[in-house]
Ligand binder design. Structure first.
Ligand code: SAM
Ligand code: SF4
Ligand code: SF4
Length: 337
């Protein structure tokens, strides 16, 4: 069944957060200067519960699943979940977003289980900036080892995500692009977003996608590419010299709510219909309370049909007319970006 929301957007993409815990403390997501209360184990969906819900989302039109977190590789035996999700009828893309720290241990098993793609978050190539951004004195080397492990396991092309923050890593845009070109990775630059509240986001810290493209284009001329698929959030460019492609995700300066077809399932079984939502919709209670698949499907479909989220468009309009005020929102590490 194809389900559409109030703006005629389909539900084609499901992001599943498998844990709210993380071994990093990135300043823009989960700053290390505070103590976090994580979900108690019984609140977290089991693999069986996740797979059951994923099947229901697939019946409603989801074709793509991305596993995320927190840090998804902290969840024990993630390959077992991957194998089960890979077998769901209708799901033709299964991807993972990770900080890569644990990839040397897990890349091969994940690939063998049916994971199709890996996106690695890499925000800096300078060891000191990297450590400062990711907190907890994480060494850049461990992420580079993770990338190498993903490559050895056969994941290709690997995408890299970098959140660009003014005054922190903005001077590394060209270096990151060069690194990705050299290794055949697809570099994606993400505008720093006001997800959650603990990062104390400030619009002056955003480097616009346009500025990012301009800086790279000065070194290696770029040309725009059409979206790879409907609902694609990255603006894609290819290097005119054949050196590959990059993407920029302009969620703040050029929001793309009109094509947003993403549903997000948190580790405790809440459905979020927007990355910037204040609260989610509880699927765990009916799931554990004996609801049938048909009843769960009807609940998700009803929630999707009344979806009218367009936070980024509203925020950007408010920033332009001076009426922006930070609001309470779910934290990124709970729903996974
Ligand atoms: N821990 C994994 C990782 O970092 O790749 C997966 C979860 S993380 C929340 C998903 C993505 O969100 C990462 O690429 C991360 O860089 C990005 N992210 C986190 N906070 C962000 C923010 N405030 N603005 C833009 N992207 C952000
Ligand atoms: Fe952890 Fe990813 Fe958030 Fe960094 S961005 S703190 S790695 S969940
Ligand atoms: Fe989708 Fe919400 Fe982001 Fe708009 S703000 S693109 S509705 S997640």
């Amino acid at each position: 069944m194809d389900v559409r929301d109030l703006f005629d957007r389909p539900l084609s993409d499901l992001r599943i957060s498998v844990t709210d815990r993380c071994n990093f403390r990135c300043s823009f997501c989960m700053p290390g200067d505070r103590v976090y209360r994580f979900l108690p184990r019984p609140e977290i969906l089991s693999f069986e519960e996740i797979v059951r819900l994923a099947r229901i989302f697939a019946r409603l039109g989801a074709r793509k699943i991305r596993l995320t977190g927190g840090e998804p590789l902290l969840r024990a035996e993630l390959d077992v979940l991957v194998a089960a999700l890979a077998g769901i009828e209708g799901i033709d893309d299964l991807a993972l977003t990770t900080n890569a720290y644990l990839l040397p241990r897990h890349a091969e098993a994940l690939r063998a289980a049916g994971l199709k793609r890996v996106t690695v978050s890499l925000h800096s190539l300078d060891p000191a900036t990297f450590a400062a951004l990711s907190g907890r004195h994480v060494e850049l080397r461990s992420v580079l080892d993770g990338l190498a492990a993903a490559e050895r396991a056969g994941f290709r092309p690997i995408k890299l995500n970098a959140v660009v923050i003014r005054g922190t890593n903005e001077g590394e845009i060209v270096d990151l692009a060069r690194f990705a070109r050299r290794h055949g990775y697809v570099m994606r630059f993400i505008e720093y977003m006001d997800v959650g509240t603990v990062n104390h986001w400030d619009p002056s810290a955003v480097v616009s996608a346009r500025q990012i493209v301009r800086r790279i284009d000065r070194v290696w001329p770029l040309e725009a590419l059409p979206p790879a698929h409907p609902g694609e959030v990255a603006r894609r460019y290819r290097y005119r010299d054949g050196g590959g492609e990059i993407g920029v995700i302009p969620s703040v300066t050029e929001p793309f709510c009109g094509g947003c077809s993403r549903a997000r399932l948190s580790a405790d079984g809440m459905l979020y219909t927007c990355l910037f939502a204040r609260t989610g919709h509880d699927l765990k209670t009916p799931l554990r309370g004996g609801a049938s698949d048909g009843e769960l499907e009807a609940r998700v479909a009803a929630l999707w049909r009344r979806r009218d989220d367009r936070y980024s468009e509203q925020r950007t309009a408010a920033l332009e007319d001076g009426g922006f005020a930070p609001a309470e929102k779910v934290e990124m590490f709970r729903i996974g970006g």
